[in-house]
Design a binder for this molecule. Structure first.
Ligand code: GDP
Length: 446
């Protein structure tokens, strides 16, 4: 995780900014024997990234009266270790010689840097902002750490400088090793929906690479195979449990545990429905679990051969209505009618699975996302709460797999659920995230 250091002369509001951005205190380490110096660190999400935030307040207040004496070794180390420096000045006081000294020192350090003009609530700091420009350290961001103003802009700037988060560690390792990353797929559904028949159909002996191998957990197996386009898939299965359950007659109870296990191991989940009885309580329960686990979901509407051709349109509409009514959070989920028994339609399943996988891995660049965000808000502005309009300032995608977004705004914690749902649905429609759970969290800047 990147390190972000907050620096500046005393009393400019470094600690206030630190407390404003910090989520959780990490540790207090003692610096330099003799003089006890606290170096405050915290976990924070800044600019959509998980960062370690370092507060240097106290460090520069060390001993001597000279300005140079304030740049203690601790402060210097914080800057040297930082991936990004937030250089805070007091917009009301204007630039002081100490600020200019700091600026010259930081310029020599050459770390990525944002000049933060604090105490800028209202118009109080217009002069300070102009002076901060003159430092030649880039465009300053005016904020009020105390009142939480301007933080959206600050997050946006940090996002630009830090860039998007790296992919999953595992994914990165695979890519570095030049290895192909398989898609982990689970096939789940009620007993007798046709899971085994479908799996056998998909694997079609000759494409199976080896027999089942140990899966991620002790109770699972994973069968690697190549899909018709040659892409590597690992079919994860906790079938051992299924067999045991049949023997002991504890099918219902154990199949839930088995399903949960499969969901946890999978990236994409194929939910097999019986077209003659689609989306009953148990199906909805499984889909809800998949959503909760953050998995991409594709529906295989099996036994389609048993639905008379004349009734197929009606059957699809019925399923669509039930999905809308019971699984609105997975709106637009892909549905592939097929017959595992005859093989009809099965060839459409794998492309739908890869499409869902790609959607699940989607990363929307911050700039594009915020242009979209502005338009979405303009189209349908956030509601008034207590007679005042909520200000949503900025959005960032914190991670993929599943796509997870964070919105920063003033009093955003008061945002009605209906509006959050509007945004989630708009994200889903506009970025093609059908069948993928979308996480949205709101961060108030008070
Ligand atoms: P599982 O419990 O979900 O693994 O279900 P199975 O794969 O064992 O299938 C249950 C029953 O449904 C078996 O008798 C299958 O032959 C039958 N079946 C599976 N798929 C289809 C299909 O697409 N069409 C028809 N007509 N029967 C199917």
């Amino acid at each position: 995780r990147p390190v972000v250091a907050i620096v500046g002369r005393p009393n400019v509001g470094k600690s206030t900014l630190f407390n404003r951005l910090a989520r959780r205190r990490l540790a207090i380490v003692h610096d330099q024997p003799g003089v006890t110096r606290d170096r405050k660190e915290a976990e924070a999400i800044v600019g959509g990234r998980d960062v370690t935030l370092v507060d240097t307040a106290g460090l520069e207040e060390a001993p001597p009266e000279t300005i140079a004496g304030r740049m203690t070794a601790g402060s210097e180390r914080a800057v040297d270790q930082a991936d990004l420096v937030l250089f805070v000045i007091d917009g009301r006081a204007g630039l002081t010689p100490a600020d200019e000294h700091f600026a010259a020192w930081l310029r020599r350090k050459g770390r990525p840097l944002v000049v933060v003009v604090n105490k800028a609530e209202g118009r109080a700091a217009a002069g300070g902002v102009a002076e901060a420009y003159a430092l030649g350290l880039g465009e300053p961001v005016a904020i009020s750490a105390e009142h939480g103003e301007g933080l959206g802009e600050l997050h946006a700037r940090v996002a630009e400088l830090l860039g998007p988060p790296p992919e999953d560690d595992a994914e990165e390792a695979e890519a570095q090793a030049g290895r192909e990353r398989p898609l982990r797929l689970a096939v789940v559904g009620r007993p007798n929906a046709g899971k085994s028949t479908l799996v056998n159909r998909l694997l079609g002996e000759e494409r199976m690479l080896t027999g089942p191998e140990p899966g991620i957990t002790r109770d699972s197996v994973a069968t690697p195979w190549r899909d018709p386009e040659g892409r590597l898939v690992r079919l994860v299965d906790t079938a051992g449990l299924r067999k045991r359950a049949r023997v002991t007659g504890e099918l219902e109870r154990l199949s839930t545990a088995e399903t949960i296990r499969s969901l946890k191991e999978a990236e994409v989940v194929v939910l097999v429905l019986d077209a003659l009885a689609p989306l009953e309580g148990q199906d909805i329960a499984i889909a809800t679990l998949a959503e909760r686990e953050g998995r991409a979901l594709v529906i295989a509407l099996n036994k389609w051969d048993l639905v008379p051709i004349a009734e197929r349109d009606a059957a699809r509409r019925l399923l669509a209505d039930r999905l809308e009514a019971s699984l609105a959070q997975l709106r637009g989920m892909p549905v592939v009618p097929l017959s595992a028994l005859t093989g009809a339609g099965v060839e459409k399943l794998v492309p739908a699975v890869w499409k869902a996988y790609d959607a699940w891995n989607t990363r929307v660049p911050t700039g594009e996302l915020n242009r979209w965000f502005e338009a979405a808000i303009a189209r349908h502005p956030p509601p008034l709460v207590d007679g005042r309009r909520l200000k949503l300032r900025y959005i960032t995608q914190a991670k993929a797999r599943p796509p997870t977004f964070v919105i920063f705004g003033t009093r955003s914690e008061l945002l009605p659920d209906a509006y959050a749902r509007y945004l989630v649905n708009a994200i889903r429609d506009d970025f093609g995230l059908q069948g993928v759970p979308i996480r949205l969290s709101l961060r108030g800047t008070k």
